[in-house]
Design a protein around this ligand. Structure first.
Ligand SMILES: Nc1ncnc2c1ncn2[C@@H]1O[C@H](COP(=O)(O)OP(=O)(O)O)[C@@H](O)[C@H]1O
Ligand SMILES: [Mg+2]
Length: 286
């Protein structure tokens, strides 16, 4: 069965214009799709073009050549901008820059007011969104007193309230401490379980292991694409791109060098332990 993609990125090239004349090329002929319900991770060294690419997914930036389609809408079509932003929600790195309301519920309501959702439905959607991120108790609070993780949850609530098909997270956990990160990942996992497609740009390789598919960017191009298991097996190539692999993958690869029976394509701690148990039962102790 072929699925209709939610987003199609087709041969996109883009550069930033500086000094009104010089264009610095950033994206070079990038093509990929985001499918319904999938969890896609985008990784790459700093400056490889991940944020520029993310901003193309909901029309914040539009291609210089090539096209981005969100469903049947081309992101160049200004008349469809609202519809596109409704289908594809984005959360950025800095929680402070995303808060617009002076109390939490107003902040969540902002996008809904923009698209003219009626008051009664607005209330229902705000309830639902704040509940989904576990922030209903903070409804009447001023957001600037909240922690970074809580602010990111409010930013996500504002997006969930719009009922998008795709949630794009551009290093949304990178400013947060371990607890804040864990909170956000739990919220994202539950949204994914409910069927929302997730596109996450991240430096945390443990986050990547949750994805169905990984895209690796280098100098504005997609240089690798596959399941986390297949991509993390290519440790040497990733190293050349200044990219890490999960600790479990490193350990498995090391053991595999001396004990080929030990599977190298391990990506999580629990898989590593299972592999130790599996292989360990066959080891002869001296
Ligand atoms: N607003 C901008 N104006 C000019 N150059 C930019 C701008 N934003 C990003 N760049 C440049 O584009 C390249 C890609 O940046 P970016 O998409 O932010 O990469 P990443 O998110 O992978 O770190 C970098 O060389 C960066 O310096
Ligand atoms: Mg970036």
């Amino acid at each position: 069965m072929t699925q209709t993609p939610l987003i199609r990125v087709e041969g996109v090239s883009f550069g930033y214009t500086v000094n009104q004349s010089t264009t610095i090329p950033v994206l070079k002929d990038v093509s990929f799709q985001v499918n319904p319900g999938e969890y896609l991770a985008i990784i790459g060294h700093n400056g490889s073009g991940k944020s520029t690419l993310s901003k193309h997914l909901n029309g914040i930036l539009t291609p210089q050549s090539g096209d981005v389609w969100v469903g049947e809408y081309n992101t160049r079509d200004r008349a469809q901008r609202k519809a596109i932003r409704q289908k594809v929600g984005m959360v950025f790195q800095h929680p402070d820059n995303q808060i617009v309301g002076t109390i939490v519920e107003d902040d969540v309501a902002f996008g809904l007011e923009n698209i003219g959702v009626p008051a009664e439905e607005m209330k229902e959607r705000i309830d639902y969104a704040l509940n989904a991120v576990g922030m209903e108790k903070f409804r009447k609070r001023p957001p600037h007193h909240l922690s970074g993780g809580q602010k990111q949850r409010i930013a996500i609530a504002g997006i969930i309230a719009m009922m998008p098909q795709v949630l794009v997270l551009d290093e949304a956990t990178s400013m947060l401490d371990t607890y804040g990160r864990h909170d956000i990942l739990t919220v994202v996992d539950s949204l994914h379980e409910k069927g929302m497609a997730i596109v996450t740009v991240t430096h945390h390789m443990t986050e990547v292991t949750k994805a169905d598919r990984v895209i690796v960017m280098e100098k504005g191009e997609i240089v690798m694409e596959g399941t986390p298991r297949d991509v993390f097996l290519r440790q040497k190539e990733l190293g050349e791109l200044h990219l890490d692999v999960p600790d479990a993958s490193k350990i498995a690869a090391l053991i595999n060098q001396s004990f080929p029976a030990f599977a190298p394509n391990v990506i999580t701690k629990s898989e590593l332990i299972d592999e130790v148990k599996r292989v360990g039962t066959g080891v002869v102790h001296s």
